[in-house]
Design a protein around this ligand. Structure first.
Ligand SMILES: Cc1cc2nc3c(=O)[nH]c(=O)nc-3n(C[C@H](O)[C@H](O)[C@H](O)COP(=O)(O)O)c2cc1C
Length: 732
């Protein structure tokens, strides 16, 4: 629940201040170039830590008729205001060792003048300055709420920089870029607020006031070069020197240093007054440096990047909000709640789960059913319903998402009259210790009430996996004897991008209707075991993907033939030397790890394909254990040669098989995993990697077993290893 408060505050603040933030960040990005271009000018003087103030002041006195001021700015440019020997009053950059003029003071370019005015006051003078000050504070609050949201999402400060689940482009980069730029943005906004407060005299007075003790007349005036005080001060510590107004002994040198201001007797060089700079003045100086980037190219570049990041956050933040609204507002029920046979209840925080529920709703409607879809928070009595299907995500630490926050109470006090069948689909992420916990709770609530009968067991979906969702639809279809068709967006095919691959070999389908295809690219194509081969059959141009095993330079695919499968039958009918047009899609998260000591591979059926490549290409001979589940011994025969070859090359350490049909008691790959739990926990404990490929159903069973193993042997949930990139999965 608290997460939605943070998200709501984040959004409201962003909406209120968006236009001004837009102006401030565009002008901020432009202004970031000013200190960069300034610093590229050749006026910076090096070695100011070695030059004494006495040397510079003395040389200036010799070089010019009169000297008024000396200034050293944040760029280390030294400028002096003087009357030249020719009698001209001028201010210019000087060389502090020779005193000679280096160049004229840089004039602010009109673009920077314009951007500064807009940035500071929107050309509205005081009113504008107030606005900008307030907006700066709002942006500070937005950054703080943003940091809070990232902390919640990632599960604490320790995991601030750990892996981010990628749901879509906007969400992913909003979080990833946010992690790197929010702290600089907090600094920029706080310094901006400070500068505004200073402008409106809202800070304690930081002016230094000196005591002016009476000075005794002295007969001999020392040369500046002889002033011990100035000899002891290095130029790098000086920001400003004002020369005495007249020869009067009560007129002094005023010297501003980084942390204090001193008055120096112009005859003796003695310090007359010494006052420390106030905290407010120091903070104000730092605010100016941090807000404008003066003096450091690196920080100026950071300011530029932060300004650009703010623009991206505005775009991606609003895009996410619009998408969320669209997902939740597009529910237009055709049937009333008391007319419908099917009730779909949705619990979602950011709208993703609504999307999956809506696809199911559309498919049921297309089949001619009466369906009513609503949020879990709107749960009530349904007079005619026969089926309740719940799609629900988990948020916070295993809690209900916003649109299900009230469901438990409603469920307890609502009593349905007729008996209904229920099915719960949980959406979550394996990166959280309480994987799909709220869905588990909802499932239990249904189990406890008499009027509900389980239609399908609880089904969990990791990271909104569409493949897993399709598996659940398949289970639904099998259970109901229907052929519900989910309409999903076809990925756009760019036929020009398809490459040609020649069929080198193809085995005949075995008892399981599985066969191997060996393809060779006609031209050079970059691919690795674990990448995907996308095909777009002419019948529908819908993308079908197969996991690639790379052996030498060929692609090995393991395919299961389905009676009416367009693509599997296309492959099965291929003859040697025929050409297949397809595209390789990189699947970087599912490549063989080369920087670990142990790898365990777990597959069932055709999921073995990428591993066939990996076990043969394991050049650094990493200890590799393959667990595979098949139906019968015959299922293995098409892979046997490749596995034997890996054993003889010593690139495979062990191979464990579970045949489900060879004996009375069925054995599955998850049973093998449990049997070898010491090996599995040992590999994880030693930072090894577990890879899983095959059916989603197998994946879910294996994950349950792995979770039991990690909690009992290693005292950690499986999510800890998922977050540490020790779990790689590609299931369908
Ligand atoms: C802050 C935060 C906390 C989460 N907590 C959990 C959790 O405890 N268990 C889990 O399985 N998934 C958790 N998730 C993952 C979400 O359930 C997952 O991203 C889901 O797809 C979101 O669906 P929705 O956008 O429809 O709410 C969390 C996600 C976020 C951002």
């Amino acid at each position: 629940m608290t997460i939605s408060i943070w998200r709501y505050s984040h959004l409201v603040l962003a909406v209120i201040s968006s236009l001004f933030i837009l102006i401030a960040s565009v002008t901020g990005a432009i202004l970031a170039f000013e200190p960069i271009t300034n610093q590229l000018q050749p006026y910076a003087v090096s070695g100011t830590n070695e030059i004494s103030l006495a040397e510079t002041l003395s040389v200036l006195q010799q070089e010019y008729d009169e000297v008024f001021t000396l200034e050293i700015d944040n760029n280390d440019f030294v400028s002096a205001s003087v009357i030249t020997k020719e009698g001209d009053s001028e201010t210019f950059y000087i060389n502090p060792i020779t005193g000679e003029k280096l160049g004229d003071i840089i004039k602010k370019a009109p673009i920077y003048e314009f951007a500064t005015n807009l940035h500071r006051s929107l050309f509205l003078k005081t009113t504008g300055r107030v606005f900008i000050g307030v907006v700066s504070f709002l942006l500070f609050l937005i950054s703080v709420t943003g940091i809070q949201l990232i902390l919640k999402r990632q599960g604490g400060i320790k995991r601030f920089f750990s892996k981010v689940v990628r749901e879509n482009f906007d969400q992913y980069y909003h979080v990833v870029i946010g992690r790197y730029t929010l702290i600089p943005i907090v600094i920029i906004t706080l310094s901006g607020v400070f500068l505004s407060l200073e402008k409106f005299d809202l800070l304690p007075d930081s002016k230094i006031s000196h005591n002016y003790p009476e000075q005794d007349d002295v007969e001999h005036k020392l040369d500046i070069i002889e002033f011990q005080t100035f000899q002891d001060i290095k130029l790098e510590d000086v920001s400003y020197v004002e020369f005495p107004f007249s020869d009067d002994i009560e007129d002094y040198f005023t010297v501003k240093l980084s942390d204090k201001e001193i008055l120096v007797n112009q005859y003796t060089g003695a310090i007359v007054s010494n006052q420390n700079t106030s905290f407010v003045a120091l903070a104000s100086n730092w605010s100016l440096i941090l807000h404008t980037g003066q003096g450091t190219i690196l920080w100026s570049i950071m300011l530029l990047l932060a300004s650009l990041a703010i623009l991206f956050f505005m775009y991606s933040g609003f895009a996410m909000t619009l998408k969320r609204r669209k997902e939740t507002s597009k529910i237009k029920n055709k049937f009333k709640k008391n007319e419908a046979d099917y009730i779909i209840l949705v619990g979602s925080e950011t709208g993703n789960t609504f999307n999956s529920a809506k696809l199911f709703y559309d498919a049921l409607i297309a089949e001619g059913h009466s369906v009513f879809i609503t949020a879990l928070n709107a749960y009530s009595e349904y007079k005619k319903a026969k089926h309740v299907i719940v799609f629900v995500s988990t948020y916070g630490e295993g809690e209900a998402p916003t649109s299900a926050s009230n469901f438990e109470k409603l469920f307890q006090k609502t009593h349905q009259k007729q008996t209904m069948k229920y099915a719960v689909v949980g959406f979550g992420s394996l990166m959280y210790p309480d994987y799909c916990k709220y869905a588990i709770e909802v499932d239990e609530m249904f189990q406890m009430q008499d009027h509900f009968v389980e239609h399908l067991p609880l089904f969990k979906i990791n990271n909104q996996s569409f493949e897993a969702y399709k598996t659940w639809i398949k289970q639904w279809n099998e259970r109901t004897n229907h052929d519900l068709k989910i309409k999903f967006q076809k990925p756009q095919v760019n036929l020009k991008k398809l490459k040609e691959f020649k069929v080198i070999n193809k085995s005949e389908p075995n008892n399981d209707d599985s066969f191997l295809v060996q393809l060779r690219p006609n031209k050079k194509v970059k691919f690795e075991s674990g990448d995907l081969l996308s095909l777009y059959p002419e019948a529908d141009f819908i993308e079908r993907q197969y996991s690639i095993g790379k052996i030498e330079n060929d692609i090995i695919l393991s395919i299961k033939k389905h009676e009416f499968g367009v693509c599997s039958n296309y492959f099965n009918n291929l003859k040697v030397n025929e050409i297949v047009k397809a595209q390789v899609k990189r699947n970087l998260d599912f490549h063989f790890p080369t920087d670990v000591k142990d790898v365990v591979m777990i597959a069932n059926g055709t999921g073995i394909a990428p591993f066939l490549g990996m076990i043969n290409d394991n050049q650094s001979k990493i200890k590799t254990h393959l667990f595979w589940g098949g139906r019968t011994q015959d299922s293995l025969s098409i892979y046997e040669n490749i596995i034997d070859s890996a054993f003889s090359k010593k690139t495979l350490s062990s191979f464990h098989i579970a045949y489900s049909q060879e004996q009375k008691d069925k054995i599955y790959v998850q049973d093998l995993i449990l049997e070898h739990q010491d090996l599995l926990s040992g590999v994880l404990n030693a930072n090894g990697v577990i890879m899983i490929c095959g059916s989603v159903a197998m994946q879910n069973r294996v994950l349950e077993v792995l979770h039991t193993i990690t909690t009992t042997h290693l005292d950690k949930p499986l999510s800890a290893f998922e977050n540490n990139d020790q779990l790689k999965m590609d299931c369908y």
